[in-house]
Design a binder for this molecule. Structure first.
Ligand code: AMP
Length: 449
């Protein structure tokens, strides 16, 4: 099957040729024909499956064919996404796919001046990509109306619900014209999401690709049991011993992410943090450096990382395990994108073992355990002694939006191995596993100076 045979227009096919896409992904194959017919769609798919093009390409064709002029302060197609990063990524894709059309694309999300949003949308927008909160602000200021909307896309609906957008979504839907095409995407389909979808959609075509468990199957996964207080030393050791192409490190809290970055820096390892307390320019800068490969380590909380599509993420390190098992699958899905392989490690403290069991149940896999390296205590001592600069103090997070359950405060002081060595006597491992000297041997990840 080719894009031509799916019935897409010349303008869209030229844009795809420009992007060097020659074969449609499964979700594109399944979604494009019913969407071109104007049907509603319920898609169960994650980012990384080619879902953005699946909804954008036929929508662009329909907008062009309908040939309706955009009107001031109105939009023709609205894509709602949970986070700024995802919204700006979708808008970039939309611009690329609509390159050979006259359609315009605008974004509206928090963290940018609302005056700029007003200016960008004043003359009317064909494709508007927005986060729900900021869109609502614009609507309430009477600077945007959805009365003429032709196509609505709700992307990552499960995450929108997790973020508490449900009331805003209901308000937005109440403003939409009845005669519209609606698309609804979610990585998972628990009952509350299904109920929401039923409200949005009329006789939708249903498309389901890569169930949660199969993404996990493509990623090589390991877990190391370790005390919370020793995780930083293991992480530093990991980056000192392994040559990573790009690594995403996940923490549960925003301050946790900052602390990891600062402690890595005291050992001469460059990393950036991305989370909800960072300003929009800081987030964009961190993402750009990660994308360009100038800073190869990005430390993220789940909310900020959702939907990040950066090619070449070789490792995902779960510095802390998520308390929601699906989140683990989203995290490790940041690697192994576009058919590539990836490696994911989890650093699992005693009080996280229940989360690990939940993850193994969801993915129907048992994650192989990698013991701590035999010389871990000595290495950990060396790392502590070689630190330069002040050690950042630990402080609890507030507000609790980006964190899981509270845990006892970890101390920074060295502790004897004791129960941390859940699997004592571990040998050095290949392939960039924790503490091992794989992928280029005992050298630092690039871009650390
Ligand atoms: P998405 O699931 O929309 O986040 O897309 C994941 C990645 O796959 C993005 O980098 C897209 O640019 C890329 N992609 C989407 N469709 C195709 C295709 N048919 N061929 C090659 N790459 C694609």
């Amino acid at each position: 099957m080719t894009f031509q045979s799916l019935g897409l227009s010349r303008a869209v096919l030229d844009a795809l040729a420009h992007k060097n896409y020659d074969t449609p992904t499964p979700i594109q194959l399944q979604s494009i024909p019913p969407l071109l017919e104007g049907r509603d769609l319920l898609g169960i798919a994650q980012t990384g499956t080619g879902k953005t093009a699946a909804f954008m390409l036929p929508s662009i064709d329909r907008l062009v064919k309908a040939n309706i002029r955009r009107k001031p302060m109105r939009c023709r197609m609205l894509v709602l996404a949970p986070t700024r990063e995802l919204a700006s990524q979708i808008a970039d894709s939309a611009r690329a796919y609509a390159k050979y059309t006259k359609l315009n694309v605008a974004t509206v999300f928090g963290g940018t001046p609302i005056a700029r949003n007003r200016r960008d949308t004043a003359a009317g927008v064909d494709i508007l990509v927005a986060t729900p909160g900021r869109l609502m602000d614009l609507i309430e200021q009477r600077c945007m109306s959805l009365a003429d909307l032709e196509i609505l896309v709700l992307d990552e609906a499960d995450q929108m619900l997790d973020l508490g957008f449900i009331h805003t979504l209901r308000k937005i839907v109440a403003m939409l014209p009845v005669d519209r095409q609606s698309l609804f995407f979610s990585a998972t389909m628990p009952r509350d999401i299904k109920e929401l979808a039923d409200k949005f959609l009329t006789d939708p075509a249903e498309v389901r690709v890569t169930p949660v468990s199969s993404t996990a199957e493509r990623v090589e996964q390991y877990v190391t049991f370790i005390n919370q207080a020793e995780k930083q030393a293991l992480l530093t050791l990991f980056f000192q011993k392994n040559d990573v192409e790009r690594a995403l490190v996940f923490t549960r809290t925003k301050h946790g992410a900052d602390r990891v970055v600062k402690l890595l820096a005291t050992n001469g390892i460059a990393a950036n943090a991305i989370h909800g307390n960072k300003s929009q320019p800081q987030r964009e800068k961190a993402l750009a450096a990660f994308r360009a490969g100038t800073v190869k380590i990005l430390v993220a909380t789940d909310i900020a990382a959702r939907g990040i599509d950066v090619p070449g993420v070789s490792h995902v390190l779960n510095f802390e395990l998520p308390n929601v098992a699906e989140q683990y699958v989203h995290r490790i899905g940041r690697t192994a994108r576009a058919g590539k392989d990836g490696i994911a490690y989890a650093f699992c403290a005693d009080d996280e073992r229940a989360y690990l069991r939940g993850i193994e149940k969801l993915t129907r896999q048992s994650i192989p355990v990698v013991p701590l390296p035999e010389n871990f205590q000595a290495e950990s001592e060396r790392i502590r002694n070689s630190r330069v600069g002040p050690i950042p103090a630990e402080r609890p997070d507030r507000p609790r939006q980006e964190q899981g359950p509270r845990r006892p405060r970890a101390t920074h002081a060295a502790k004897p191995a004791g129960d941390a060595r859940a699997r004592p006597g571990g040998q050095q491992r290949r392939g960039g596993r924790p503490g091992g000297g794989g992928r280029g041997g005992p050298q630092r990840a690039g871009g650390q100076r």
